[in-house]
Design a protein around this ligand. Structure first.
Ligand code: FAD
Length: 282
């Protein structure tokens, strides 16, 4: 990796999913207040495929904004029509939203039709054609490659399509192997991709949950980590302590090598991230 970031330019952000109960909403407000003390550039809120969470995504974004913090909704295009997506983008625009995370999403089981957009690059093109520069657009990147990519090379070319379509910056899938990220960034630079690629960071809370996520999204838990985590069994305190050591060391390494920031997958919890933050001395 060649580009060392000026510390002042680094961006830190936190991702939430939209809660589906009033209690969950209240808890998320407390989490937001706690994480806001770390002074992130923005919070982002995920979007269920086919628009299944769209009102809650927007509601959560507006709630965070009403608390005085910047928030960016995600939008995913799978299982949607152009008309649905246009309406929804217009809604975002009318609400004064200027920052989005734009994704393809995954087809929910039981839904047969992928809709009118096949890939995220088509969504980015659509946003730029219909809405010009109304939104700053973040896209997803995969240092260990997307599970459906035909090959690593093909996946990289597909990432480039999103950048050429008008993405401003990228957030990666989480990873625990920093070398995969450095190599990915180098390869992106070599093919002329110049946008910031912010590492996505997943704290280790519950091993079974992490293993399940990783199996579906193709993010590797290295063997040595799996072995250690499996060895702790139900000892959640040891899992958390080990996870904090590993993830803090990963973040330290990434920032030292010039990563343009960090994006944390919070799972709507503040505890682990606050500890990592303190240990990083940020
Ligand atoms: P794409 O960039 O379209 O890539 C998907 C696959 O298609 C890849 O294998 C790629 O190589 C291939 N491909 C891409 N373009 C082409 C092309 N033109 N021709 C042929 N092949 C192509 N999911 C949600 O449902 N909601 C969310 O809010 C959400 N937030 C996320 C946030 C981040 C930071 C990340 C990393 C992921 C998120 N996801 C979310 C998951 C994401 O939707 C899935 O990983 C999904 O499988 C791919 O989405 P994408 O936008 O990366 O797709």
């Amino acid at each position: 990796m060649t580009t060392l970031q000026n510390k002042a330019q680094r961006t830190f952000s936190f991702e939430f999913f939209p809660p589906n109960t009033p209690e969950g909403q209240e808890k998320l407000r407390a989490t937001t207040r706690q994480l806001a003390q770390l002074n992130p550039k923005f919070f982002s809120v995920t979007f269920g495929a086919g628009g299944s969470t769209r009102d809650r995504t927007l509601g959560t974004v507006l709630d965070i904004r009403a608390m005085g913090y910047a928030a960016a909704p995600h939008i995913s295009c799978i299982a949607s029509t152009r008309e649905n997506i246009r309406e929804w983008l217009q809604r975002y625009k009318d609400e004064g939203i200027k920052h989005l995370v734009a994704l393809r999403g995954d087809l929910p089981s039981g839904l047969a039709s992928a809709g009118e957009f096949r890939y995220a690059n088509e969504l980015i093109e659509f946003i730029r054609t219909e809405f010009g520069d109304a939104f700053q657009i973040e896209v997803a990147a995969y240092p260990e490659f997307h599970p459906q990519g035909k090959s690593a090379q093909d996946d990289l070319r597909n990432f480039k399509r999103k950048v050429e379509a008008g993405a401003n910056s990228a957030i990666t899938q989480y990873f625990y192997n920093a070398d995969a990220y450095y190599r990915f960034v180098d390869e992106c630079e070599a093919i002329g991709i110049a946008i910031p690629i912010v590492p996505g960071i997943m704290p280790v809370g519950r091993y079974s949950q992490l293993a399940r996520f990783s199996d579906t999204c193709g993010a590797e838990i290295p063997r040595w980590m799996r072995k250690k985590l499996e060895g702790y069994g139900d000892d959640t305190a040891s899992i958390r302590a080990f996870g904090l050591d590993v993830v803090t060391a990963l973040c330290e390494n990434l920032l030292r090598q010039g990563a343009p920031g960090l994006h944390f997958y919070t799972l709507n919890q503040a505890g682990l991230i606050t500890t990592i933050w303190q240990r990083l001395g940020l």
